[in-house]
Design a protein around this ligand. Structure first.
Ligand SMILES: NC(=O)c1ccc[n+]([C@@H]2O[C@H](COP(=O)([O-])OP(=O)(O)OC[C@H]3O[C@@H](n4cnc5c(N)ncnc54)[C@H](OP(=O)(O)O)[C@@H]3O)[C@@H](O)[C@H]2O)c1
Length: 279
């Protein structure tokens, strides 16, 4: 029931009409039996400042931020936690005591999704393909305890990201970079953070070939539409374990949810809600 005590959560971005976030968060809310609702708002960049002011004025509980506002929102927030500052993007805002506080749960979401398959991630040799927004969050989180190689079509961007990470992480293992011509046989984990293979351009070549993959390697793609992007099809062909982007989506949402509501949602309920709504 919606009543005078219902707390509002939401997503802001552009576009938002295909987002799974309202489905998975409302499923978690219903499962926990708590008095929240989660809506999606299509917001243009020139309204971001007003959105933050409005959220504070209405005392809504919090909201997620998606493409293209994850960086631009930062200048309107009162506080930003250290991880989000180091990543350089915010995907979660909590309104608390009249302040808008920014967090980034994308990296930890990806790590949790990976750990479902690999167990605790420590001292692994990880290859990250791409150095855009998704890569920044994932690379930051994984570089804390693992050895990272970041490769990118534009090698200069991979260099900048690896240098930034080395500077920002207090305790870090080695972080190196390169172009897409990489020898993959020593990597335990390979993650595609590029949109290569994403709907509607699904019939493309994988971003890098995987024929030399190490036995037992795990391959992840941040893409969740389609559920089995071309990179994962290629990985399966060479015997690798695979993980699509649904896990990251659900876990980043679950961590955001805990920040807002102080309660752990059931990730299985969230996953199920998405799977039963995927066309
Ligand atoms: N599952 C989740 O929760 C989640 C979260 C975040 C993102 N994602 C997904 O991750 C993907 C990337 O998103 P993003 O926000 O990181 O994008 P982004 O900031 O635009 O970065 C895109 C990256 O991909 C590279 N790239 C683009 N087209 C390429 C091509 N044809 N060949 C080789 N490299 C190419 C770019 O390289 P250059 O620098 O050379 O241009 C850049 O490094 C999208 O599919 C998005 O849906 C999923």
């Amino acid at each position: 029931m919606i009543d005078s005590k219902t707390k509002l959560l939401g997503l802001i971005g552009h576009p938002v009409d295909h987002s799974f976030s309202p489905i998975m968060h409302n499923a978690a809310i219903e499962d926990l039996g708590i008095n929240y609702r989660y809506l999606a708002f299509d917001v243009s960049e020139e309204n971001l400042k007003d959105v933050v002011a409005g959220a504070k004025a209405f005392q809504i509980a919090g909201f997620n931020i998606t493409i293209p506002h994850k960086m631009n929102i930062m200048k309107y927030l009162d506080e930003i936690d250290d991880d989000a500052k180091a990543i350089g993007a915010v995907n979660t805002v909590k309104i608390e005591n009249g302040k808008a506080i920014g967090y980034n749960t994308d990296g930890i979401g990806a790590k949790k999704a990976l750990e479902e398959k690999t167990g605790i991630l420590i001292n692994k040799n990880i290859l990250i393909i791409g150095s855009g927004g998704g890569s920044r969050a994932v690379s930051y989180e994984l570089a804390k305890e693992n050895k990272l190689t970041i490769i990118n079509r534009n090698i200069e961007k991979a260099k900048i990201l690896s240098e930034e990470l080395s500077k920002n992480l207090k305790k870090q293992n080695s972080i190196t970079y390169g172009d897409l011509n990489v020898d993959i046989k020593d990597f335990d984990i390979i993650i595609n953070t590029t949109p290569v293979g994403m709907y509607p351009n699904m019939n493309v070549k994988p971003v890098i070939p995987l024929n030399d993959i190490k036995y037992g390697a795990v391959v992840m793609d941040l893409i969740y539409n389609p559920l089995e992007p071309v990179f994962l099809k290629e990985a399966i062909k060479y015997g690798a374990e695979t993980i699509n982007g649904i896990g990251m989506l659900v876990y980043q949402g679950a961590v955001s949810f805990e920040i807002w509501a102080g309660k752990k949602p059931d990730v299985y309920v969230m996953k199920k809600s998405i799977n039963s709504n995927i066309r």
